[in-house]
Design a binder for this molecule. Structure first.
Ligand code: ADP
Ligand code: SF4
Length: 694
């Protein structure tokens, strides 16, 4: 039963002409599926509606080809033929009593028009934001009138699709309505530029247009950035206060946050739960309309506190709803311990940035609701009474054991170490990564409630142990280790001076507490988070640290998880020197021989130790020993032995969790064929080939 302290989270609230059944509001979030994969998109949104969210929003929704954000795949309402895809989502969301919302946008100079080939438009002449070799032209009065018309038409289409809430988007530095507010983008001298009143004019007009067009049936929401953290070059809190004051009662709802996206969806490494409060807390004092705010909220106590203290009315969430689509239901049913808390790793964000369907470290079903029919909470019951031995309790083994346990199998989980969790337990000790232990904690919490899953610590199994155990299925999830020889992306052969050198360390050493004396060089040939976290750990332990990478920038893949800027700021704050575009040729006599990758110039870097962050090797000896004895399997009852996760191929924690989940889903199930999931086919129909006006 629900704890009465959380009752307030379940009180309905009116938003203009519609009513939300509770205070859980899935704010707009990208997903890499958008208009290209409408069935997958609708099923993903449906999972959240089923999980109890009162409002389910789309991602940003393009209103016109001149604001085309290709190659990113978002929602689209360019013309009437885009309506059915979103109607699909509305129907699925409504089936569970939730409201559907659409976030309309025209991204002006932050669009690309790579697909439409239209000329970009902006408040004033300016380069396109994302480095496309083109400029946006200044909009004239006719362009402004057109933009208002496109927005109104898209709002009407949204209403026809079945949307209950239509957003005007002025956040994340991503939409014309916001670009007109920004002094750095708006240099106009007409009634749309100059004074704040003039810069706000277009936003006010678009809000009023939208209300006039659809306000009788739909609530009109504004998504508004209250701070850009750019100083006077951006919208600052003081100016935002004036803007909210000027528009306070026009929209039916204020959804407020910090811009740009990297300041909004900040990874847990750089910001705790509820970090936006100081930037948005004034809004509720300025308007009588309901306010939505985000903050990677997973704790119901924090949620209640925000509402009781008058900070927000709705618990806005993107990531917490991705990690656990059933978060509201679990609070409602008094199952707080069952909440699968977001760890703030931003792998979900990387889906949008790599233009691929969203995935989540904590929730392996995210993005698989339609194409694999994976439900976030339910799973098919066991098809046999088989006994399964899972070896290794990292994210892969833990998830396999949990999900097999949920199916009802008899599961035995053996771990060599004296602690469970494998890499997540160890990585969570690195600076800022403590929340990553939630990957372990949620799974352990679930497993401990199951009678049919046993765990064994301090149990380094051999092939003989496994054969003696008498399981029918063995899942080998024994993980991997970092290489010490320098082999990786830049080196196919060991780096001279690395092998048998006690001054060469790996991330495993640091995580196990074996710290080098300084000065230390970090050699990052991996390009994601490990290099900068190890550098930070050593710096905080008082070592002098120089970060060396053959890549042209620091942690380049972290741009996909919005970590890149935060990593740069953190390294600057800690005084970690960076040497980019330099490879190591050799390590000898207390110095690295570095080579500039483009011009070949050599440089000596004195250091007492090197941490090699290059690549990893699977710990698969047990698997191979078992495979070598396959002839003996039948006698012991063993039918299958499968390696998964890092023991198969080292990857992200998300990959390991996914592998564990997948094997649990597929055990005893019929093979699914060459392509293991449903696909979207785009078979053109004659009507699709016509221009909308033809
Ligand atoms: P993954 O990311 O694939 O889950 P991890 O490295 O996180 O991999 O976890 C692998 C776990 O397997 C580690 O905790 C390790 O101690 C354990 N392990 C490795 N070999 C054995 C073995 N022979 N018997 C039991 N546990 C093992
Ligand atoms: Fe949270 Fe990571 Fe899942 Fe995103 S991928 S929702 S940040 S756990």
């Amino acid at each position: 039963m629900r704890d009465p302290r959380y009752d307030i989270l379940f009180t309905p609230m009116r938003i203009g002409p519609v009513t939300a059944k509770n205070r859980f509001f899935q704010v707009p979030h990208c997903n890499g599926m958008g208009h290209a994969m409408p069935l997958a998109h609708a099923a993903m949104r449906e999972a959240k509606a089923e999980g109890g969210w009162a409002v389910i929003s789309t991602e940003e929704c393009e209103i016109h080809p001149s604001g085309d954000v290709s190659p990113y795949v978002e929602a689209r309402l360019w013309d009437d033929r885009d309506i059915p895809a979103l109607a699909l989502m509305c129907d699925k969301v409504h089936a569970h009593g939730a409201l559907a919302a659409v976030e309309l946008t025209h991204n002006g100079p932050t669009a690309s028009n790579l697909y439409s080939r239209e000329v970009l438009i902006a408040p004033s002449h300016q380069p396109s934001k994302y480095g496309y070799p083109a400029q946006a032209r200044a909009m004239d009065r006719r362009d402004i009138a057109n933009y208002r018309r496109w927005h109104r038409d898209a709002a009407l289409r949204g209403m026809r699709a079945g949307m209950d809430i239509v957003y005007v988007y002025a956040a994340h530095d991503l939409s014309l309505a916001m670009h007109f507010l920004q002094r750095r983008r708006n240099h106009r001298t007409d009634e749309y530029g100059g004074t704040l009143e003039n810069r706000v004019r277009l936003l006010r007009e678009v809000l009023e247009d939208t209300k006039e067009a659809v306000g009788h049936r739909c609530a009109v929401a504004i998504r508004f950035a209250t701070e850009e953290l750019l100083g006077p070059a951006g919208v600052e809190r003081a100016e935002a206060q004036d803007i909210v004051g000027m528009l306070a009662e026009i929209p039916d709802l204020w959804d407020v946050n910090v811009a740009a996206w990297y300041n909004d969806s900040v990874p847990s490494r750089f910001a705790p739960e509820g970090a936006q409060e100081p930037f948005i807390d004034f809004v509720k004092k300025t308007t009588s309309k309901p306010v939505v705010g985000v903050g990677r909220f997973t704790s119901p106590d924090t949620m209640v506190s925000q509402i009781r203290r008058g900070v927000i009315d709705f618990i806005g969430a993107a990531r917490p709803s991705i990690a656990d689509p059933f978060l509201p239901k679990k609070i409602e049913e008094g199952r707080i311990d069952d909440i699968r808390e977001c760890i703030g790793c931003n792998i979900c964000v990387s889906g949008d940035n790599t233009i691929t369907p969203i995935r989540c470290t904590q929730n392996p079903t995210m993005g698989e609701e339609w194409r694999r029919d994976w439900h976030p909470e339910t799973i098919a019951p066991a098809k046999s009474a088989a006994k399964v031995l899972v070896i290794g309790s990292g994210p892969a083994g833990l998830e396999a054991a949990r999900a097999l346990g949920q199916r009802g199998y008899e599961v035995h989980l053996a771990e060599a170490r004296r602690e469970l969790g494998g890499r997540v337990t160890r990585e969570a000790r690195l600076p800022g990564l403590a929340e990553w232990a939630r990957v372990r904690d949620w799974r352990l919490g679930q497993i401990r409630k199951m009678q049919n899953v046993a765990t064994y610590l301090d149990s380094a199994l051999t092939a003989q142990d496994v054969l003696d155990f008498g399981a029918e299925h063995v899942i080998v999830a024994t993980g991997c280790h970092w290489r010490r020889d320098g082999v990786g992306r830049s080196h196919g052969e060991p780096i001279p001076g690395f092998i048998d050198n006690a001054a060469v360390f790996t991330p495993d050493d640091i995580m196990d507490g074996r710290m080098p004396d300084g000065p230390v060089a970090i050699y990052d040939d991996d390009y994601f988070y490990t290099g900068s976290t190890i550098a930070e750990a050593l710096r905080r332990a008082g070592r002098e640290v120089v970060y060396v990478t053959p890549d042209d920038t620091v942690a380049s893949w972290s741009a996909n998880t919005l970590e890149y800027r935060h990593i740069q700021w953190r390294m600057a704050e800690l005084g970690i020197e960076q040497i980019v575009s330099h490879d190591i040729r050799a390590f000898a006599d207390g110095a690295l021989d570095l080579r500039q990758v483009w011009n070949g110039r050599r440089r000596r870097l004195d250091c007492a130790a090197v941490v090699a962050i290059t690549s990893r090797l699977p710990d698969d000896a047990l698997y191979h020993a078992l495979a070598a004895r396959e002839a003996e399997w039948a006698d012991t009852g063993l039918r299958t032995a499968t390696r998964i996760g890092d023991a198969l191929a080292p990857g992200l924690i998300a990959h390991a969790v996914y592998a564990g989940h997948r094997i649990a889903r597929e055990l005893d199930e019929a093979p699914t064929g060459e392509v293991p999931f449903k696909r979207h086919f785009h078979t053109p129909r004659e009507s699709d080939l016509l221009r909308p006006d033809a």
